[in-house]
Design a protein around this ligand. Structure first.
Ligand code: HEM
Length: 184
């Protein structure tokens, strides 16, 4: 039996088990040059496809990000993407899904800081998604929950499966929207 005080928390488990999945979405979304209108639109369109797919199961902090990305696309005159097809969404409130969505605020905060310097006009005119995504309060609250959440094999398996599925959705959303923003 592991010592309960030294066993890794669900938070640690999620971070280590999804590191490779994170690296994949980081590489995909990081390939967009956000300081250009094309790269910014590509990024937001792919994000929007994932958020639209999850719309029925999002909590209020995530709904604010969905509203933000919709508003930005409208401001940019870009059509909203369709949901990603054939996705079975996690249940509303799923800890694994919430971990991925809330954790992604950490990356958004870094990107917003960079964009505010490199492309202030884009952020001024269509920065609702990044602005909503850089509010870290709901990430901090979830992180606290994950650090002390009781663990057992069955629930860990569900949490990890939902986290993996959520990362996978963002990856699929990126590929699914490639054609809609291609220029040739
Ligand atoms: C341009 C793309 C991205 C960049 C540059 C990026 C960058 C980052 C950075 C800097 C962190 C903080 C790492 C730390 O403080 O230890 C982070 C954490 C995280 N990101 Fe990303 N990210 C990107 C895309 C995404 C996407 C698309 C998702 C999911 C939809 C995501 C989910 C997460 C999660 C869950 C964490 C928390 C990791 C943890 O500490 O447990 N990221 N990301």
């Amino acid at each position: 039996m592991p010592d309960i005080d030294t066993a890794p928390s669900l938070r640690d488990l999620l971070r280590s088990a999804t590191r490779i999945a994170h690296d994949r979405v980081d590489a995909l979304f990081g390939s967009c040059d956000l300081a250009t209108p094309e790269g910014y639109t590509r990024f937001l369109t792919a994000q929007a496809a994932a958020w639209e797919t999850l719309a029925p199961v999002l909590d209020a902090p995530s709904q604010a990000r969905l509203a933000g990305v919709r508003a930005d696309l409208d401001r940019l005159g870009v059509p909203r993407p369709a949901k990603v097809e054939g996705v079975e969404t996690p249940d509303a409130g799923s800890l694994g899904m919430r971990y991925v969505l809330e954790g992604s605020r950490l990356g958004s905060t870094v990107l917003l800081r960079d964009l505010a310097e490199r492309a202030p006009d884009l952020i001024e005119s269509a920065g609702a998604y990044f602005t909503a995504s850089s509010d870290l309060s709901s990430w901090k609250a979830l992180s606290t929950i994950l650090q002390s959440h009781p663990r057992n094999d069955a629930s860990d398996t569900t949490v990890l499966a939902d986290a993996t599925a959520t990362f996978d959705l963002f990856e699929r959303a990126f590929h699914a929207t490639a054609r809609s923003v291609a220029h040739d």
